[in-house]
Design a protein around this ligand. Structure first.
Ligand code: NOJ
Ligand code: CA
Length: 698
């Protein structure tokens, strides 16, 4: 299987090629090279055309020459790998992990310290990482940056959000690479403190398309104990260099050998669809560290949530402020009369969940501290165990159990990670004692320890510490405002989902997410794992709640249905208020029916920024769901049902935009038609401006 061609002493652009490697299907080609000055380089080609031109590699180490130049090859090694594994929850039942590998061990000729670079060439792209053996003179060291480059072949079309080490909640911008300007990347009202790194800084995954139709996705995998990779665009050269969040004293990453960096990934294809079906990022993560996974379950949930965001009720119980944890007798505090998380209201959601088959009920604002949680950069905001006086934890445990529903815990940390870590055991024990087995975490605001950032090494490690401890307690985690996932659901399958990008919530209280937003997220944020986007908002215009409000969801109602299929997440919220679902019971049926865990996924057609059409087969049963969405343009989609087994007729329920519907006019207009389909069927459907189509097939 392995085609190993050793081409010693072939010189290209002054670089000596020391190894060429082909992908298992032979279409991708990778070269490793050394310059005369001992600098390592690599290239990547698809069908003999460059995707990445000669790009430097290297690691900068504090108070040490590091691994930048003056490097010599000590040894090389080739191997290949082919296995099929089963994710606990996923977009498909089985995932093939097949690559050819090349490892080069380099030595700094002065210090004699060694570093290996491991390259894995898959059919869908290249992954590589730096590895550091433990040596006499190399045990603890501090990385100050990487020399890693991605030199592109032209001024590609780029889907980007500004480089900000503290927030990924931005709407995507689309421009030529040379026109990237992070300062212009806000576009929409921002709630987080913007901390743009530089004018030319962008976040990853970075999705690009070349003029000749090659799709390139630059990202990373298995980011643990290392900061998140951001990129600096060199606009004249069309090249990308790495940037990492420094810690409070200006260092990037503390390492203890033997150790390695995360994998840098380049996924490439002439078909946009193949970017979405690439499982390279997952494949580059370690197998599950949890042996008994029987308690990890995909699920749909409802919750006391959207009513808080549309200001129908409040997280806080009272209007006092400047509270100090533990110093207040809450039974004496005057309630503001607007508190959302009451025992009674929670029972109403439990009843609604039980009636409609949802497994979980999230309750936000149940615990003391919300009076001054926001914007104060205060260490001790929440203790995660003290309910407000009108939230009866024991009674709700009893009530939820009697209805066969589980409550989902909410731990907003207000970014005080130190406080959270101190209280984590107690908080998880409290959950277990009270019947909770899933937690939504949140990190709104500036990080404590002060000087750390959301994307820095310390915080990345924090999110993992939480997931690992949660696993010990058999608790599933859904993180918001964490750094974006990089495939770690393979290793920690209890880290079931994350927001970690600009979610649907922004539509409730800001200029929101433009119509193309959801067509880009699968090519960017969701490359690393499921996203808790919180779809399903039926009441799209917010003047329903607040007279004169201009805020609105920038989709039709039907597009909100389609998002359950296009936005992969094994944890999906039916985010709107029960009252609103009761207004549209026939449309709500799709949310009740749709699966969250899948045997198979087929991307029928896709173009980032424009449209998506995805079909998925539910795990273990003969049911399929299709979601199609479009950007601000209306569109006709022809759906071929050839993914269905041959020779059987199925009943398909089509949820379509109503005639005259669009995201801005009549967004809630829809029609539902039932048709018989077979694998031979081809059916055309019209999608409104920022509309969609959702189909359930049984
Ligand atoms: C931001 C989260 O994304 C949202 O879901 C949550 O309701 C608020 N923070 C409050 O924790
Ligand atoms: Ca958020």
């Amino acid at each position: 299987m392995l085609k190993k061609i050793l081409m010693l002493m072939i010189v290209v652009n002054g670089l000596i090629i020391s190894q060429a490697l082909k992908s298992p299907d032979g279409r991708l080609e990778f070269d490793f090279m050394m310059s005369k000055g001992g600098i390592p380089y690599y290239t990547l080609k698809l069908d003999k055309e460059y995707v990445i031109k000669e790009s430097a590699l290297g690691i900068m180490i504090k108070d040490d020459p590091g691994f930048i130049d003056e490097l010599a090859i000590v040894s090389t090694q080739n191997s290949n790998f082919d296995e099929t594994w089963q994710p606990v929850l996923g977009e498909q039942k089985e995932i093939r992990n097949n690559y050819n590998q090349f490892t080069v061990t380099l030595q700094n000729i002065d210090t004699k310290k060694e570093m290996s670079i491991v390259f894995r060439l898959f059919n869908d792209g290249l992954g590589f990482r730096y590895e550091f053996p433990k040596m006499e003179n190399q045990r603890y060291f501090t990385i100050m940056g990487e020399k890693t480059e991605f030199r592109l072949t032209g001024d590609h079309k780029t889907f980007w959000i500004p480089g900000d080490f503290d927030s990924n909640e931005y709407p995507y911008m689309t421009s030529k690479l040379s026109e990237v300007d992070a300062e212009k990347g806000q576009g929409f009202f921002e709630i987080s403190t913007r901390r743009i790194i530089a004018h030319n800084a962008v976040q990853t995954p970075l999705m690009m398309k070349s003029d000749n139709g090659v799709y390139i996705n630059i990202f990373e995998a298995a980011v643990t104990n290392y900061p998140v990779m951001h990129l600096l665009v060199d606009k004249s050269e069309f090249s990308l260099k790495t940037a990492f969040a420094p810690d409070a004293v200006g260092n990037i990453a503390y390492m203890q050998a033997p150790c390695s960096t995360p994998w840098r990934t380049i996924i490439v294809s002439k078909k946009a669809e193949n970017i979405l079906t690439s499982r390279m990022v997952l494949n580059l993560n370690e197998p599950s560290k949890i042996s008994d996974v029987s308690w990890i379950k995909g699920q749909k949930y409802v919750g006391i949530w959207w009513e808080l965001h549309v200001n129908k009720s409040s997280w806080n119980y009272s209007d006092i402020n400047n509270i100090k944890l533990g110093e207040i007798d809450w039974s004496k505090v005057k309630p503001n009369g607007r508190h959302g998380a009451t025992t009674e209201r929670t029972k109403y959601y439990i009843d609604f969940a039980a009636k409609n088959g949802f497994a979980g009920v999230l309750v936000e604002g149940w615990n003391v501290g919300w009076e001054d949680w926001f914007g104060n950069w205060k260490e001790n905001v929440f203790d995660f165990v003290t309910p407000y006086p009108d939230f009866d934890v024991k009674e709700l445990q009893r009530y939820a159990a009697s209805k066969g529903v589980k409550l989902i815990m909410h731990h907003e940390t207000s970014a005080s990670a130190t406080n959270y870590e101190r209280r984590l055991d107690e908080a998880f024990r409290f959950m277990k004692d009270n019947g909770y087995d899933a937690v939504k975490t949140g990190y709104v605001g500036r990080i404590i320890p002060r000087g750390e950032m959301h994307d820095g090494q310390w915080m990345v490690s924090h999110y993992f510490r939480v997931a690992e401890k949660a696993a010990q307690y058999k608790i599933m985690v859904n993180s918001h405002e964490s750094s974006r996932p990089t495939g770690q659901s393979r290793t920690w399958p209890n880290w079931i989902s994350a927001e970690a990008a600009r979610g649907n919530e922004f539509n409730g209280w800001s200029r929101g997410n433009p119509p193309e937003h959801e067509t880009i997220l699968p090519f960017t944020r969701i490359m690393g794992g499921g996203m808790d986007y919180t779809p399903g908002i039926f009441q799209t215009k917010m003047d329903y709640y607040t007279t004169g409000s201009k805020f609105q969801v920038h989709t039709t109602l039907v597009k909100q249905l389609a998002l359950y299929v296009t936005m992969y997440s094994p944890l999906q919220m039916a985010a709107d208020l029960p009252e609103n679902y009761e207004r549209f019971p026939d449309a709500f049926q799709f949310i009740k029916d749709v699966a969250v865990d899948w045997d198979d996924t087929e991307v029928l057609s896709a173009e980032p920024g424009d449209y998506l059409l995805i079909a998925r087969k539910a795990k273990g049963i003969n049911e399929w769901f299709i979601g199609g969405i479009t950007d601000e343009n209306e569109r006709e989609m022809e759906i071929a049902f050839d993914f269905l087994p041959k020779g059987t007729s199925f009943t398909a329920k089509f949820y379509m935009d109503g005639d005259g519907a669009s995201w801005d006019e009549n967004p809630m207009l829809y029609k539902i038609e039932t048709k018989t389909v077979t694998s031979e069927s081809k059916i055309k459907v019209k999608l409104a401006r920022s509309g969609g189509v959702a189909i359930s097939i049984k």
